[in-house]
Design a protein around this ligand. Structure first.
Ligand SMILES: Nc1nc2c(ncn2[C@@H]2O[C@H](COP(=O)(O)OP(=O)(O)OP(=O)(O)O)[C@@H](O)[C@H]2O)c(=O)[nH]1
Length: 353
């Protein structure tokens, strides 16, 4: 069976009536204005593929193709190679070039040398196999199934720097969730960019997803109202989009903390998922983002996008060593089926297979 999400039986939430903070103005679900540009392409992926399970092989070949830039330097190393210092030097360089970082690179090299000695490995194919095992062991703790149905609604807050792929990813997830029978409500928490809001509304109308929006003002208020609306309507999932920001913009990081606190006032225990979307293309910078957003928000998971366009996919090893926040999904393209759950064995197979 195609497993994108794990489903749990709904446990009724203890939901004492919570009054909106005085500073939070009300926002209503907004229908797109008649003049909203219908040709918006931001979230214009192939919707109908959401409900169609992709054969496993097809995903593996797409994953391989997607990761080819990262795997290029790694997989060639072992072809007809002798097991000597040159091989280890080349491996070190390849791992560093993939943005695995010094810590993970050193860890993998030390562990590999030990294994080669202990297991008396003599040929390059066996050493490559040993590296695969070590890498899977390193990345496996990042695997985590995304659970739906534990809360009513499941509230997700999504953050990240500008252009990381937040809105696109939210659109893809919404379609996947609908395909799994979940009703979805979106909060357009990006109150800075009118265009972003409008595009989300147009997309929501086209795809039968309610979008809670507000023309100006407080993103915390929009988020609060979305949670209230989700509770009132019995929606399964509420996804809260936030405006892109850099971790160095301290006032905007404070704003994110406030949004999270206000979501918690709207529903006890929410947000149930505090997610960071990172652009895999940014390598070590993405690691810095994970640290900063995790410090501010205590992340529950990551979504790594754009692994298809990068030679820096090794950053996931750096994350595993330095700040092991679970990776729920990885993105290897712009189509809806290009966002899939992260699986360590599949990922390593695509890199070194
Ligand atoms: N190649 C590739 N492109 C992607 C992927 N995910 C998202 N994109 C593209 O990245 C671009 C930025 O995505 P957005 O969803 O607008 O990013 P955002 O984080 O919402 O941006 P802001 O609203 O500016 O904060 C879009 O052109 C997406 O199509 C992916 O996995 N692979």
């Amino acid at each position: 069976m195609f497993s994108f999400f794990k489903k749990k039986t709904v446990t009724p939430e203890a939901t004492p009536p919570v009054a909106a903070p005085a500073s939070v103005p009300a926002a209503a679900p907004v229908s797109p204005p008649a003049s909203a540009t219908p040709d918006s392409s931001l979230l214009d992926f192939e919707v109908e593929t959401a409900a169609r399970p992709e054969p496993k092989q097809s995903w593996m070949s797409r994953l391989k193709a997607g990761l080819s830039k990262t795997s290029a330097n790694l997989s060639v190393l072992f072809v007809g190679a002798r097991i000597d210092d040159d091989l280890y030097d080349e491996l070190e360089a390849a791992l560093l070039m993939s943005d695995a970082g010094i810590d993970a690179t050193q860890y993998l090299l030390d562990a590999l040398k030990r294994k080669v000695k202990e297991d008396k490995l003599l040929d390059a194919a066996a050493v490559k196999g040993a590296l695969k095992e070590l890498l899977i062991d390193l990345l496996r703790p990042l695997e985590k199934s995304f659970e739906l149905g534990r809360h009513q609604p499941t509230v997700m807050m999504i953050s990240g720097v500008n252009g990381a792929g937040k809105t696109t990813t939210i659109g893809k997830l919404a379609k996947h969730m609908q395909a799994h029978g979940q009703s979805v409500l979106l909060a357009a928490g990006d109150t800075f960019r009118a265009a972003a809001r409008e595009q989300l509304m147009v997309w929501g109308q086209r795809n039968n997803v309610t979008v809670v929006s507000q023309e100006s003002g407080d993103p915390a208020a929009v988020s609060f109202d979305a949670v209230q609306s989700g509770k009132a309507k019995g929606t399964n999932v509420v996804m809260i989009d936030t405006a892109g920001r850099l971790p160095t913009q301290l006032h905007l990081m404070e704003e994110l903390k406030k949004i999270k606190r206000v979501i918690g006032k709207g529903m006890e225990g929410a947000p149930h998922e505090t997610l960071l979307v990172i652009d895999g293309n940014t390598g070590q910078n993405a690691l810095a983002q994970v640290k900063a957003f995790d410090d501010a928000l205590q992340l529950s998971g990551l979504i790594i996008t754009k692994l298809d366009g990068t030679a820096k996919g090794g950053v996931i090893a750096a994350i595993a060593r330095v700040r092991p926040v679970p990776v729920y999904f990885i993105g290897i393209g712009e189509k809806i089926e290009d966002l899939q759950p992260f699986n360590a064995a599949e990922f390593v197979e695509a890199l070194l297979g």
